[in-house]
Design a protein around this ligand. Structure first.
Ligand code: ZN
Length: 243
């Protein structure tokens, strides 16, 4: 089984409209009023559970939640096969988003600062560009997946007039950014968070998306603190705990 992390109340107007991931009373696993999953046993609502196909390993299935977040972009933005798409950010989320968006036939380029991560993207068959030596052509759709203030500014600069800017990472710290260019260029801005599990599980099972090269290490739960330290290292990719 894999589990969706947003626990909805199931009774409010948002839930009635099918917006369970936006339930105002929701609890969020490991984030808001609900325990996380660094444990031998976890409890979550049965409505949140999805069966993992037998063909998938645990190491692949753990990518369902972030991959679902990548599929959320396709729920929100109608990509055309002739579109040019830039994914800004070569971390786990960026590499998952790029692989998902490519399924539409659109030309997808991953732009990042880490040569070893861009090399992974190339292994997945994606086009890449290394910052800062890259000079952008305005793209139809730009997905911001860097998590940094400077990334957001760069993403705004990359999108063409009347193009779409998808904000996929949460920039936690307050920041100042002039928004006038969004008005002048009539850019559509789309905030994007958690997404649907079923297409993510299908894409994994059909090997449409490659995830296991994104694994850096697997630690036993007993040395969880070491795993957290590993995950915090600059350039680290996915670090797993095995209960
Ligand atoms: Zn609700």
């Amino acid at each position: 089984m894999v589990g969706e992390i947003n626990f909805a109340c199931g009774r409010c107007p948002a839930c009635a409209r099918g917006l369970r991931r936006h339930c105002p009373q929701r609890r969020v696993m490991g984030i808001l009023n609900a325990d996380g999953s660094f444990a031998e046993y976890v409890a979550l609502p049965t409505a949140n559970l999805h069966l993992v196909p037998d063909s998938l390993s645990d190491e692949e299935a753990v990518f369902t939640e972030p991959l679902a977040a990548a599929f959320e972009i396709l729920e929100q933005v109608h990509l055309q096969p002739a579109d040019t798409v830039v994914v800004l950010g070569d971390g786990k989320l960026g590499l998952l988003c790029a692989q998902v968006l490519r399924l539409t036939g659109a030309a997808v380029c991953v732009v990042g600062k880490h040569p070893h991560k861009l090399a992974l993207a190339q292994r997945f068959g994606l086009t890449t560009a290394l910052l800062p030596s890259w000079s952008p052509q305005p793209a139809d759709v730009v997905v911001e997946a860097t998590g940094s203030t400077s990334g957001l500014k760069l993403a705004m600069d990359m999108v063409r007039p009347r193009g779409t800017l998808v904000l996929k990472s949460t920039v936690a710290e307050p920041h100042h950014l002039a928004l006038a260019p969004l008005v002048i260029h009539e850019v559509t801005v789309v905030g994007s968070r958690c997404g649907p599990f079923p297409p993510a599980l299908r894409a994994l099972a059909q090997r449409q998306v490659i995830v296991t090269p994104l694994l850096d290490a697997i630690y036993p739960l007993a040395v969880g603190a070491d795993a957290i330290a590993h995950a915090a290292r600059p350039g680290a990719l996915k670090v797993l705990l095995r209960p």
